[in-house]
Design a protein around this ligand. Sequence first.
Ligand code: SF4
Length: 470
Amino acid sequence: MAKNPEATDNRRGRPPTRSRRPQPRRAKAAPAVSSADIEDLAPSVPGAAATAAAVPAALRPHLLRWYDAHRRDLPWRRASGGEEERAYAVWVSEVMLQQTRVPVVVGYYERWMARWPTVRSLAAATQEEVNEMWAGLGYYRRARFLLEGAKQIVEKGEFPHTASALREVRGIGDYTAGAIASIAFNEAAPVVDGNVVRVISRLYAIADNPKESSTMKRFWELAGQLVDPLRPGDFNQAMMELGATLCSKTKPGCSGCPVKSHCQALALSLESSSVQVTDYPRVVPKAKPRSDFAAVCVVQIAQGLGEEVTDTKGNDDLLLLIKRPEEGLLAGLWEFPLVLVDEGKTDLLNRRKAMDKYLTKLLSNDVGWKSDVILREDVGEHVHIFSHIRLTMHVELMIINLKDGVDRLCKKEDESTKLKFANESSVDSMGLTSGIRKVYNMVKAFKEKRLSASERSQVSTRKRSRRSKQ
Ligand code: SF4
């Protein structure tokens, strides 16, 4: 890509001050932090203690009883073995859960754990293998951090046991540190994710903008005061479970809620018909994503074919793949040649101009690839939505007939761009991003259709020629 739309999914912050009750393992005040999603917090918030008193610790047993009876049976909750095995299971599952919904994560998690059951086995994996396994989950940077974090932990010799030590691991922020420390090591560390934000904002009737750092600090503070010192892991999971199930965004099941007698939003809604519990947390309109446009060219190398393309399926042909830079959006992932173009230059002529310039820079001039192009057609467009970018990809298929192999096509002296040629079965099993995978499927469908049309026309030609001979 000429311009890289860099993902900015990383919010930073500091975790909360600790509960003052006796705890099995006390969390230390955390330093300024590393990375994560909703992982912010404030030291102390004026008035928070008074507010917290309005939602007494009495809700803990109600919530825990409900959790014991209703918790979902999820594979990462079944993790056996010691604290470190459990920590690894929590880590992997929590990072995946930041990407997508629980039912989707289950499959990914089980495949991941079957392949890398321990942090040690993960540390021995390659980035390519991890990307392959992660394909479709998005935010590949998180997969990279998992691998880098695993290497860091193995190098150190043990899994960090406290939230503050966990935050030193690459890619582990306040949320993940709190989840691992509380669930695997029984530290009374809080967690705040989107579900916990919803529950707390309703329990305390907090209508402030949850995207603002001062509000997030308050959520962390309150979560720190609420967490059960004896069963912190279960309590945190119960809060998240409540937010994910009963205390849903639009249809909270307040009548069956275990903490309804402590819920200020519910109390306000019962007092006044102008208040709904769903008024909390405040809904903040999302910023409109930026619109980007790209020309994508799936380059198929048909080695040794004649001038006529009879098999555009090209099962034995090779496809050109480019590795993205190691930093930035989709870092280190393979894609088809892709060039960003200006909005006013998305017509075929301009797109091809931009793509030709890119390919000429990429491929060896000696080969004269342009004269060997035997098919070049527009396939269509695919829109891929990143969190902050709406990328419209205009896709074309180009088949180059190289009778003397692909080796000469690569610019050996150019180490800055990594490229490779892979056959279809290799591409099928590669860790392509979901956007590029869709582009690839579009091209495959296009080739299927074209082949069917070509076969039909060949059959009718054969019939016509038979009839003329009779
Ligand atoms: S009473 Fe309703 S709004 Fe309040 S925490 Fe329970 S489900 Fe959520």
